[in-house]
Every structure is written in structure tokens, then in C-alpha cells.
Design a protein around this ligand. Structure first.
Ligand SMILES: C[S@@+](CC[C@H](N)C(=O)[O-])C[C@H]1O[C@@H](n2cnc3c(N)ncnc32)[C@H](O)[C@@H]1O
Length: 287
């Protein structure tokens, strides 16, 4: 405790500002924590890395992207839960996937590609997998389903891959879906192999350009509000580009697209709003 206090006092305001800037440039995120809380987190990090000063940390942050990632692992908010925004999963299952099934009815093979961008510990990706299984019930044999789930935090991904969750993570999941898609292991719940097999977890920094193909749906929920305006403005057109024509972008329930963003058309199912990349004119008219 004394050590932590000593280290905490050693982090100067100007060093906190530079660390914020370095991390914003690296990962797009604005660390909106008050300086005092950030100071305490950084002091703990210094201790865990056996570093003697914030100046030593800043040297490592400037030179090694691994160090920036490791610090972000500690600082980024990763709050999530299964069916965090139930309206989003309902829109996916009841509106978006039935429309996709219709559009792809003559495709051979029929493929469905969904990306959970900023997936944290995996709850969002597995919720998507449940919605997909429910929507394709009785029809799944004919589909190649791939759900890619990415995050910058490696430890979050390692936990996601295990698929083991405490009961509180499932508080929004209806009982019949828990029985179908989870096995009880002590007082935890393990995602069944059928869901595990649909999801591929991969590390990815959304602030860096990397193309992993086109998707029918992209979920980027509660990620952009933590990004700086500059990085948000860069990422949104990329997400648009990564969608198939007619594909849908899901943001968090209270997130809005900037007014200037005209490339998406707004859709809603019940009260949940999502954003669609318009279909090409020829495809729309069936030509
Ligand atoms: C608040 S959580 C939201 C998790 C999930 N999407 C949900 O809504 O339940 C935000 C996630 O975005 C991730 N994230 C933040 N910046 C990122 C970046 N530059 N690249 C990839 N992931 C990032 C964080 O690690 C965190 O897991």
C-alpha cells in the first residue's frame, strides 16, 4: 500500500496526459477516468511490472506496442453480459436473419458471416450464436455459419475461449435457452460445443486497418463511445466497407450514428434501432 501510494504520487499530471495520448493514438480510446483513478491504476501497473517510475513506463509505451496492449488490458472497460441489449438479439433473430435467409435462398453454399467487434469476454458473440441457432432452427444444415469475435485484450479473449460463466452473466438469458445452450459445471455455466464451434476468437485492434473479409452483420456495441472523435470518424466508414450490401451494423442501445453519416439507412425492430448498408440497386430489384 505504501509502495502504491509512493508510486501514485510519482505519476505527474503531464505524464498522465502523455499516457492518455499514447493510448489514444494506439487504440483509439479516450480514457475518460478522472486523473486520480487513472493514477492509482497506473501505480498498480508499475508495481506489477516492477517498474520504478512513470518515466520508465512511458519509454516502454513509446517503443513497444505489447506494453501499450498490456496497459490497456488493465485500463479498458470490458463490461458486458449475455443479451446485454435484448432488443438487438431479437432484431437479429426475428428480422435481420429471416430477411437474409430469404435473400440467400438460392445461394450454394449459403454462408452467414457475423463479426462481434470489441467482444470483451465473449458473452456478446455467444448471444449472437444463440440467436443464429434459434433463427436457423430446422434449416441449419444448409448454412456455413462463422461468427468472428475480436478484441484488443488478450486476457479477455482467453477467458472468452473457455466459455465458462458465472450465473450473473446469464441474468438476461431465458431459462429454456440456458437449458439448450449451456451445461452446468458447479455454480458456473459452460457454453455447449455447438455454440463454441460457431465462434472464432481473434485479437484485433480496431484502430488499425485489417481486412478480414465482408460480413452480413457487424456488432460493435459500446465500443465507439470510448473512442476519440477522430478514431470514430475513421472507423465508421471502415465498418461500412466491411459490410456486405444489405448488411447490418448494430451499435449499443443508446449509441447514435453521427448526423453526417449518410451511408447507412436506419432500421428498427420493435424499439431497437440498427443501421443497414443499402443493397445495390440491381440486387434490390432482383436483377
Ligand atoms: C464496454 S466493452 C463492450 C463489450 C461488448 N461489445 C458488449 O457490448 O457487451 C468494450 C470492449 O471494446 C474493447 N476495445 C476497446 N478498444 C478497442 C480497440 N481499439 N480494438 C479492439 N477492441 C477494443 C475493449 O477491450 C472492451 O472489451
Amino acid at each position: 500500500m505504501v509502495d502504491r501510494l509512493t508510486a501514485s504520487m510519482a505519476v505527474l499530471d503531464c505524464e498522465i496526459s502523455e499516457i492518455r495520448l499514447l493510448l489514444e493514438r494506439h487504440a483509439g480510446v479516450l480514457l475518460d477516468k478522472p486523473a486520480e483513478a487513472l493514477c492509482a491504476d497506473i501505480a498498480q501497473y508499475l508495481e506489477s511490472r516492477h517498474m520504478n517510475s512513470a518515466a520508465e513506463l512511458m519509454g516502454a509505451l513509446r517503443n513497444f506496442s505489447g506494453e501499450r496492449d498490456a496497459l490497456l488490458e488493465r485500463l479498458l472497460p470490458g463490461d458486458t453480459t449475455f443479451f446485454r441489449y435484448p432488443g438487438a438479439m431479437e432484431a437479429l433473430e426475428k428480422r435481420v436473419l429471416p430477411e437474409l435467409k430469404q435473400r440467400k435462398k438460392y445461394d450454394h453454399p449459403r454462408s452467414l458471416r457475423i463479426w462481434s467487434a470489441g467482444c470483451s469476454t465473449g458473452e456478446e458473440a455467444y448471444s449472437i450464436a444463440i440467436a443464429v441457432c434459434e433463427a436457423l432452427k430446422g434449416d441449419s444444415g444448409g448454412w456455413n455459419v462463422l461468427i468472428v469475435a475480436s478484441d484488443i485484450r488478450q486476457q479477455a479473449l482467453a477467458s472468452a475461449k473457455k466459455g465458462l460463466y458465472p450465473r450473473r452473466a446469464l441474468k438476461n438469458v431465458p431459462r429454456h435457452l440456458i437449458t439448450t445452450y449451456f451445461s452446468r459445471v458447479g455454480d458456473h455455466f459452460l457454453v455447449k460445443p455447438r455454440l463454441l464451434s460457431l465462434v472464432t476468437f481473434t485479437p484485433m485492434n480496431l484502430a488499425q486497418t485489417s481486412f478480414i473479409g465482408r460480413f452480413d452483420c457487424i456488432f460493435c456495441m459500446d465500443v465507439l463511445p470510448h473512442f476519440s472523435l477522430r478514431q470514430r470518424t475513421t472507423l465508421l466508414p471502415r465498418l461500412h466497407l466491411y459490410l456486405e450490401p444489405g448488411g447490418c451494423l448494430f451499435l449499443g442501445q443508446n449509441e447514435k450514428l453521427p448526423a453526417a453519416e449518410v451511408n447507412f439507412s436506419s432500421q428498427s425492430y420493435l424499439s431497437f434501432a440498427y443501421h443497414q448498408r443499402p443493397l445495390a440497386a440491381a440486387a434490390k430489384s432482383g436483377k
